[in-house]
Design a protein around this ligand. Structure first.
Ligand code: NDP
Ligand code: 2IT
Length: 445
């Protein structure tokens, strides 16, 4: 048994019933094994044993009253995973599937992603099993207020700074920020993704999607290609998916499909983004409504079939494990050249293997979707300096960060003997930075 497989066995034993967390840890440990072999001092210092255990896990009750007067109780989480290189940083997810294992997998991934951005941010994640679908604004507000009434005591601009994720966007951040300010009597940059008139940063809304498209563009450049005339499939129709589609159009690609958790739309003429934004951002409706307006487009109830559509580039931007082995094989046999993971861990380990074995340019989530949290970091910088930058300034910084992440992942993959493997590259480059910080700070680093 190797050091890493022994540790993996211990992780599996200690975290039973958390398959997503185990999946995320396994991938990272496999990637970093050669780094640990080169650094016996990291083994002696127990860096890997410590990095897989959250520094702190907070679980709390969220009572709230719905519009009928009924009392509901949800469960809230904040996993403060690692603070070696900066304050805990990572989004909040509201979705009925949320439980501790989901928040731990996301918080764990966030450690390495945040390190890759080059901005000093530790890793954390939070959320609740609350389902915002079908709730009134007033219900969402009461829920967010109750959520923050516990969470506020754990936050601070230099302690822990949440943001959005699935089910949490500008509206929810607003309600949470208002509650934080009310309770603490402090106006501080304690959340990112804020509104533009109260401390938010330009480009934060677009950042994850834009960043992912920039990252894939860098990968395409390595084979002498660009987005020009490329057909794209983008799953999801939320924050990440919408701005992925917008940037793809700007760079000359044609996105032809999007989805939600019910089904997908296929519009061979190219997705009309104004319609999608009207349905999803304004009406909070279902993607199916698209075909009422665009008669040539098709809708199918089974959203995983979106991966059977022929495309050159694919952007899974909905949720974890949405691409399984069969979907990856379908993409490969249809000639897909590049995949950018907008969502967190959207490809199963078997799907990742299919992509790597077939030399698909594969941009793993930690690297490809790091533009969102990177721009959160830029929002924190602006808040700390009591300033705000123009759209172009922030977009340029985001672009450069994505180029640097691509370069760091590419280089690390080459250094450790797996050129072109951005999974290893991203895991190694992120780990090296955090491991060094933990080592320097001794046992409590
Ligand atoms: P949104 O809530 O805005 O959108 C989520 C989209 O994914 C919706 O269209 C949703 O459909 C769809 N979806 C399909 N299946 C599921 C499922 N099982 N669970 C949840 N959603 C599903 O979220 P975001 O766009 O912000 O997030 C999408 C992904 O990107 C997530 O994996 C998130 O962790 C990741 N991410 C987000 C960042 C950000 O800045 N927001 C940054 C980096 C990564 P439906 O409406 O039917 O639920
Ligand atoms: O997964 C992610 O990186 C996010 N949801 C964004 C986190 C953040 O703090 O901006």
């Amino acid at each position: 048994m190797s050091y890493v497989s022994d540790l993996m066995t211990a992780v599996e034993k200690r975290n039973t019933n958390e398959p997503e967390f185990i999946q995320a840890v396994k991938e990272v440990l496999e990637s970093i094994e050669p780094v640990l072999d080169r650094h016996p001092e990291y083994k002696d210092a127990g860096i890997a044993e410590r990095i897989v255990e959250p520094e702190r896990q907070i679980i709390f009750r969220i009572p709230w009253q719905d519009d009928t007067g009924k009392i509901n109780v949800n469960r809230g989480f904040r996993v403060e995973f690692n603070s070696a290189i900066g304050p805990y940083k990572g989004g909040i997810r509201f979705h009925p599937s949320v439980y501790l294992g989901i928040i731990k997998f996301l918080g764990f991934e966030q450690i390495f992603k945040n390190a890759l951005t080059g901005i000093p941010m530790g890793g954390g994640k939070g959320g609740s099993d609350f389902d915002p679908k079908g709730k009134s604004d007033a219900e969402v507000m009461r829920f967010c207020m109750s959520f923050m009434t516990e969470l506020f005591r754990h936050l601070g601009a230099n302690t822990d700074v949440p943001a959005g994720d699935i089910g949490v966007g500008g509206r929810e951040i607003g309600y949470m920020f208002g509650t934080f300010k009310k309770i603490t009597n402090r106006f501080e940059g304690v959340l990112t993704g804020k509104g533009l008139t109260w401390g938010g940063s330009l480009v934060r809304t677009q950042a994850t999607g834009y960043g992912c498209v920039y990252f894939v563009q860098e990968m395409l450049k390595t084979i002498g290609e660009s987005y020009k005339d490329k057909t794209a499939v983008v799953s999801g129709s939320g924050n990440v998916a919408i701005y992925t589609v917008q940037k793809l159009y700007q760079l000359g690609a044609k996105p032809v499909a999007m989805s939600d958790s019910n089904g997908y739309i296929h519009d061979p003429d190219g997705i009309n983004l104004d319609t999608v934004r009207q349905i999803k951002e304004v009406k909070r409706g279902r993607i199916k409504e698209y075909i009422d307006i665009h008669k040539k487009a098709k809708y199918e109830d089974n959203w995983t079939n979106i991966w059977k559509i022929k495309c050159d580039v694919a952007f899974p931007s909905a949720t974890q494990n949405e691409i399984d082995k069969a979907s990856a094989e379908a993409l490969v046999s249809n000639g897909c050249k590049a995949v950018g993971e907008g969502a967190n861990m959207p490809s199963t380990p078997e799907a990742v293997k299919v992509f790597l074995d077939n030399k698909v340019l594969f941009g793993p989530a930690k690297a490809a979707n790091a533009g969102g949290v990177a721009t959160s970091g830029l929002e924190m910088s602006q808040n700390a300096a009591f300033t705000s930058w123009s759209f172009d300034e922030v977009d340029k910084k985001l672009y450069n960060i994505m180029i640097n992440i691509h370069e760091a992942a590419k280089k690390a993959a080459e250094t450790y003997g797996t050129p072109g493997n951005y999974v290893n590259g991203a895991n190694i480059a992120g780990f090296e930075k955090v491991a060094k910080a933990m080592f320097d700070q001794g046992l409590f680093g």
